[in-house]
Every structure is written in C-alpha cells, then in structure tokens.
Design a protein around this ligand. Structure first.
Ligand code: G3H
Ligand code: 13P
Ligand code: ZN
Length: 343
C-alpha cells in the first residue's frame, strides 16, 4: 500500500533503525526500487526531487521546469507508484525531496505524493519556520507528512555552536520541531550532496545525539534525516572511467560512519548519487556493447554526449536524445526496450 511517511517514522523511532530513502527520476526506477525493497521485505521510501518532477512531467530541460510541468510530473509518478504499491505487500512512501517553495509542495500533494520536504535551509531561521509551518498546516490537513531542513550541508571546519556555523545547532533544531510541527528534519552534521564529499569524512554524531536527547526530554516526536549519504562505491566510479568517463575526486560517506549514526538518532538516510552513478555506468556499458546504435541519428546524439560530458553522472543530462528516440521511433522497439532497461 501507499502510505504517508509519518507511520513509518514512528516505527523507525520505536525500534531504533533507519530507513533508506532513494531518489527516482523515472517510473521504471520506481518499479525497480519497489521490487528490490520487496526482496528485502522492507518498507520503501521513494523520493522525487522538485526538479525531478519537472523532468517526469516531460521537460528534458528540467532545470527550467515550470510549476505546471512539476504538477504533471508529480501526477505521472504518483499514479504509477500508487498502482505498484497497491499490488505490493510492502508499505511504500512517495516523498518530495527538497521542495523549494510552498507551491512545489502543493503541486506534489495534489499529484498524489504522501510526504513532502520543504527545504527552507537557505532562509533565516524565522522565515524557515514560517514557511515550514505553512506547509505543515496544508500537508497535515491532507494526511501528508512533512520533512524540514535546518543547517546547510557541508561544514567540515565548523563548530556546532558558532554563530556562523553551517552545522545544525541542536537547540535550534528542537525549537524548529516545536514551532513547525514537522515530522522529520534534515540536519547538517558532516554529510554533503554529490560525489565529492571529501576523503574519510567523519560525521558529527554528537549533533543528532543532542537533538534526540532534548526531544525526548520534552516529549516531542521528530526523526532526523541524513541527506547527502551516498557511499560513492569506488568500483562503480572506476568502471565509469574505464568506459570513457572522467569522474575525479569521488568520495562518499563510509558505510561504517552511516551505521554508527543510526543509534545516535538518524532515522532516514537519503541516497541519490549512488543511483545516478550506477545508471551512468550502465549507459556507458550499453553503448559500448551496441556500437551499431551509434549510427542512428538520435542515439548517435547520446553517444556524442557521453563522449563530450565525461565528468557528468546525472543520467538526465543524456536523456533528451533518448527521449527523442523513444518518441519518434527512430530505432526498433526492441532496441528502445533494451535502452530503457539500463536506467
Ligand atoms: O538532494 C538532492 C537530490 O540529489 C536531488 O537532486 O534536484 O538534481 O533531482 P535534483
Ligand atoms: P547524495 O548526493 O549523497 O546521494 O544525497 C542525496 C540526497 O540527500 C537527496 O535528498
Ligand atoms: Zn538532499
């Protein structure tokens, strides 16, 4: 079944484990992710980021997606996930990742998302509280859960309580939960988005410990979220580079650091980059094994892009010619099917 995030968070909090949350950019990825979670008999949190909704609404130049594009994309992915979830024995959450404003959250909720993140982390504290509170009011009235964000990711040299620290101040985090009523909060404690997180990152586990202690003391519910948690497997990076890519300075968070953060109060762990890397690897391998396809005008475009954008590992950068191919049928259906299966 498709469920909101909140009941899953309550289970996480009660039994002290953490739930992975994985980004998707296509219906096929959502289906694959649900199947993998079924194999592990685990609940699933699938996340569509704000611009991913624009992309899934048909905008290959998704950076320019309008609210209308996002609405279409949210509906597309939510309809598909709802159908998969109805036929699945595991609970599935569809969560908006890094919603940038109230309207994006509203579009996701109207489309059928069961949980939203409002990312007001770039705003001053009071404005972040105000915006998050507004989203909580709208979302909770519709049975939809809310994640907020406090602190700015990446702050290796920071001190937690310094005025200009980018780490999350634990006391402010508690105040944020109190004032907004959000269900979960993304904190900054040493993780970072993307594939270059720095070597041997050590997470500041005292931050989630302090937040959870204070929440417990005041009897306030709240789950802490670890964004930027990809492990960036070296073997995948090496394979991409062997297949013509040029990804440098690739470092993730070690599994041991993530595992150690769970008993300290981390209950949701976000992963996107690792999936992008895997898809990029698959695409590069696919075209290496199908040199004939490079003759097709549009697929030739994908191959050219792969050659030009050697440092790119967001597969959406390569999708416009793939979409052209699918839409205008310039290669046989079987080849289209093989091509789509790599994502
Ligand atoms: O945390 C950010 C996610 O990796 C989503 O990125 O906006 O490019 O889809 P995106
Ligand atoms: P990564 O870039 O480490 O995969 O982080 C993903 C994330 O935080 C999604 O919100
Ligand atoms: Zn994130």
């Amino acid at each position: 079944p498709l469920i909101p995030l909140r009941p899953l968070l309550e289970t996480v909090d009660k039994y002290h484990f953490a739930q992975g949350a994985f980004n998707v950019n296509a219906v096929a990825q959502a289906k694959a992710a649900i199947e993998v979670h079924e194999m592990f008999r685990s609940a699933a949190i699938l996340q569509g980021a704000d611009l991913a909704n624009g992309f899934m609404g048909g905008r290959t130049d998704f950076q320019n997606a309008t609210l209308e594009d996002k609405k279409i994309g949210a509906r597309n992915i939510a309809n598909a996930v709802k159908k998969f979830a109805e036929n699945s024995p595991i609970p599935v959450v569809l969560h908006l990742d890094h919603g940038r404003d109230f309207d994006s959250c509203k579009a996701a909720i109207e489309g059928g998302y069961t949980s939203v993140m409002i990312d007001g982390s770039s705003l001053p504290f009071d404005e972040n509280v105000e915006l998050t509170r507004e989203v909580v009011k709208y979302a909770h009235a519709r049975g939809v859960s809310v994640e907020g964000e406090l602190g700015v990711l990446a702050g290796v040299e920071d001190h937690v309580f310094a005025a200009n620290s980018t780490y999350t101040n634990p006391l402010k985090a508690v105040e944020f939960f109190k004032k907004t009523g959000c269900d979960a909060l993304a904190i900054s404690y040493g993780t970072m988005h993307g594939a270059s997180k720095g070597k041997d990152v050590k997470l500041r586990r005292e931050i989630p410990i302090a937040v959870k202690e204070c929440l417990m003391h005041e009897n306030i519910f709240g789950v802490l979220v670890s964004h930027g948690s990809s492990t960036v497997p070296q073997y995948i990076v090496d394979e991409i580079n062997t297949l013509g890519g040029n990804i440098k300075n690739a470092h993730g968070i070690s599994i041991d650091e993530l595992k150690a953060a769970i008993p300290c109060g981390i209950g949701k762990i976000n992963v996107d980059t690792d999936i992008r890397l895997a898809v990029t690897r698959n695409m590069r391998e696919f075209f290496k094994n199908h040199p004939d396809m490079a003759q097709s005008p549009s697929i030739g475009g994908v191959c050219r892009l792969l050659e030009e954008k050697r440092e790119q590992f967001d597969p959406r950068a390569f999708f416009p010619p793939i979409m052209d191919t699918v839409m205008y049928g310039s290669i046989p259906d079987d080849d289209v099917a093989a091509l789509m299966s790599v994502v």
